[in-house]
Design a binder for this molecule. Structure first.
Ligand code: SF4
Length: 319
């Protein structure tokens, strides 16, 4: 066990695709098999393919149990790194399934899905959402900057093997970068690979929060909508709007926990914690004044994020 088990569960927070999502964070901050240029969490600080028992699965499940009265729509294993790097993810899923009927989703970059042990561990999840961001080795290296041991063809073969045996919902997320993968020729190639994986749903995404690299640019929404038709089944464009939430109370600590996991606009904070915008503004302003949170503008929107990884508990869109 390499890390304490405090604060592994957060939210519920608004997810653009899953509704009100209770998040479960299984690995230390930015422990990942990739270092994506678009990552909203910044550069990967621990790039690895070695699976470890970073936190005690039983402690995590106990934390989930204490939050079930918030009545989330889904419990999402995601967080601030690649969750399948936790070797006990199967125990976490099994423990949650014993505690509640709320569906369990796993957000993963998909890089390890070819591992037979991991395939068994994820078998009882309700939804698995892997990523496909590139159509070939060159763009895989450019966009995802994977661990040196990972090969594009092997990752896709692994996702296909997982898909073949998995009985739950298999949704594929395709994140497009303007001028790189978000161009017709590359979208057609991505659609061909996606068809081989036969997902239940395809979800098109782009850069919606401040990325690790300023050269990672968003594809305009209208363009995404045009590209959606290239996929079978037709892709859904993940809309930036988040559902409204009510009945939740918030504190400065809640706001800090939220912006630690991902950069948030004021509207994200208000919706995520079920509070009025003025209350969200008051809390976040106080955190900015204390130096715990900073703001940055991205695509015309003001985002708030925690300062440094110091007390961040360690995707693609986190829930
Ligand atoms: S976007 Fe996800 S897969 Fe990519 S570096 Fe960030 S946490 Fe890892």
């Amino acid at each position: 066990m390499t890390e304490d088990t405090r604060d592994r569960v957060y939210g519920p927070v608004p997810s653009r695709r899953l509704g009100r999502s209770l998040g479960v964070d299984l690995v230390p901050f930015k422990t990942c098999t990739y270092d994506c240029t678009y990552c909203q969490l910044g550069r990967t600080t621990h790039k690895t393919v070695e699976r470890q028992d970073w936190v005690d699965p039983h402690e995590v499940v106990n934390q989930v149990r204490t939050r079930l009265d918030a009545a989330p729509d889904v419990i999402t294993i995601a967080g601030s790194g690649e969750p399948t790097l936790h070797s006990g993810i199967g125990d976490v899923i099994a423990g949650i399934k014993r505690s509640t009927d709320i569906p369990v989703a796993v957000l993963t970059n998909g890089s390890l899905l070819g591992l037979p042990a991991l395939q068994r561990e994820l078998a009882s999840a309700d939804i698995v959402i892997p990523s496909l961001d590139a159509p070939d080795e060159r763009l895989f290296r450019l966009v995802n900057r994977p661990h040196r041991s990972l090969r594009f063809d092997e990752v896709v073969d692994g996702m296909a093997a997982f898909r073949e045996n998995f009985r739950g919902q298999f949704w594929l997320e395709v994140l497009l970068l303007d001028g790189v993968t978000g161009i017709p020729q590359q979208v057609a190639r991505l659609a061909g690979i996606a068809a081989r994986l036969a997902p239940d749903r395809v979800q098109l995404n782009t850069v919606v929060r401040p990325p690790a690299e300023s050269r990672a640019h968003a594809v305009p929404t209208l363009q995404l909508q045009e590209y959606a038709a290239a996929f079978d089944p037709q892709a859904e464009v993940i809309a930036p709007a988040a559902p409204t939430m009510a009945g939740l109370s918030a504190s400065r600590a809640d706001v800090l926990a939220l912006v630690t996991r991902r950069p948030c606009t004021l509207a994200d904070i208000a919706a995520g914690l079920g509070i009025h915008r003025n209350e969200a503004l008051k809390a976040v302003t106080s955190l900015v004044n204390d130096g715990r949170v900073v703001s940055a503008t991205h695509r015309g929107a003001l985002f708030y994020m925690a300062v440094g990884p110091v007390d961040r508990h360690p995707t693609k869109e986190t829930p």
